[in-house]
Design a protein around this ligand. Structure first.
Ligand SMILES: NC(=O)c1ccc[n+]([C@@H]2O[C@H](COP(=O)([O-])OP(=O)(O)OC[C@H]3O[C@@H](n4cnc5c(N)ncnc54)[C@H](O)[C@@H]3O)[C@@H](O)[C@H]2O)c1
Length: 335
């Protein structure tokens, strides 16, 4: 889609990836960007860099993806929708009924509102969780759905709802295009303490600030493909602009970093001489993840550009300049 002069609604646009995507979208010559978010996890503060842009609107009538009439109102005259709203992995584990409602029924509500309002394209946030533990590496988009948790189940359902409703309306006036993005382990400014794999970065930085030896759960050999949040935002814009439809793409770097390597990097970057302390892991999810970035590069010209050291530096800078926001995130994770 040529996004010039077009109107977009960003569902979940006040959250981590959503707020970075809103910023990225407003760097383009678009007509209007409406954030549709119930602020359960996101915040207006996340939009501080763009809040004065006259093209930015915040849907303030009680935005909730559980309310189809609000979605219907928010999608009127809109060309493209980005959908980020979801309950996170550990919340889906604890509260599968709520996860079913928000991640599955909520996504269905969005699809229905897209179809009813003639929205031309959806970029859906899926997840590398659909793959579960690696059967082969690197994981390309044809890797089997080896997922075993409820969060992943909701993302697989989301992918299939997009695909099946796309197919159903493919040759009618209700046609819409869609792309699903399978982000790997997303980190960067504005992240919080809820991420099952990523919160470790914030916790290590907290311990280093307090002069406490950082805790590593297990032996630290669990290794992931860490992708900078700004790169995820760029992937969203690339997906909306591209001609690709009915496709799923990894959003990853193709580089793997173990938790041990990550912790050592953080020690180095903060100039700390503390020793790491190892504790038995009480809860383990996927231990090994590395994505293949090839398809996204070939079909939508997207390639992650942020190096891990540079991205971590940006996260540390953000923590230092947003101490109250970090405190709020820390407290909310305790509560
Ligand atoms: N962050 C990651 O590492 C990661 C990895 C893979 C996939 N994803 C997926 O990417 C998407 C965005 O992730 P994120 O980390 O930015 O999440 P996030 O929680 O920061 O953002 C989601 C936003 O949706 C809003 N929201 C939640 N429920 C809502 C509802 N019922 N109605 C309206 N708004 C609602 C929240 O307030 C929040 O601002 C999610 O779908 C997530 O599952 C994230």
């Amino acid at each position: 889609m040529d996004i010039k002069g077009k109107k977009f609604t960003v569902v979940g646009g006040a959250g981590l990836i959503g707020s970075h995507t809103v910023e990225e979208l407003l760097k383009e010559d678009v007509a209007e960007v409406t954030v549709f978010d119930n602020f359960t996890r996101g915040s207006e503060e996340n939009l501080e860099n763009v809040i004065n842009d006259p093209r930015l609107k915040i849907y303030s009538l009680g935005a909730n993806i559980m309310h189809p009439d609000h979605l219907d109102a928010a999608f009127k005259g809109v060309d493209g929708v980005f959908h980020f709203a979801a309950l996170w992995l550990l919340q889906c584990y604890e509260f599968p009924r709520s996860a079913f409602d928000v991640n599955m029924a909520g996504t269905f509500n969005i699809l229905e509102a897209i179809i009813n309002n003639g929205v031309k394209k959806l970029v859906f946030s899926s997840s590398a969780s659909v793959y579960g533990d690696a059967i082969r590496e690197p994981m390309d988009e044809d890797h089997p759905y080896n997922n075993q948790n409820f969060y992943g189940a909701t993302k697989i359902a989301g992918e299939h709802m997009c695909r099946s409703l796309y197919k159903r309306h493919q040759n009618s006036e209700k046609h819409f295009d869609f792309v699903g993005l399978r982000y790997f382990n997303v980190y960067g400014p504005r992240q919080d303490y809820h991420g099952a794999y990523i919160a470790v970065i914030m916790k290590i930085l907290d311990q280093l600030e307090k002069g406490i030896s950082p805790t590593i759960y297990g032996d630290g050999s669990q290794a992931y493909d860490f992708i900078y949040v700004g790169d995820c935002a760029k992937a969203n814009i690339a997906a909306m602009k591209s001609e690709a439809t009915d496709e799923f793409f990894n959003v990853c770097t193709g580089q793997q970093t173990s938790i041990l390597e990550l912790a050592k990097k953080l020690l180095d970057m903060t100039g700390s001489d503390l020793e790491l302390s190892f504790q038995e892991a009480d809860q383990m999810f996927v231990k090994n993840r590395i994505g293949c970035p090839q398809k996204a590069k070939e079909m939508m010209s997207f390639e992650a550009s942020m190096k891990l050291d540079e991205g971590l530096k940006k996260l540390i800078e953000w923590r230092n300049s947003h101490k109250e926001a970090v405190d709020r995130r820390r407290n909310s994770a305790k509560g």
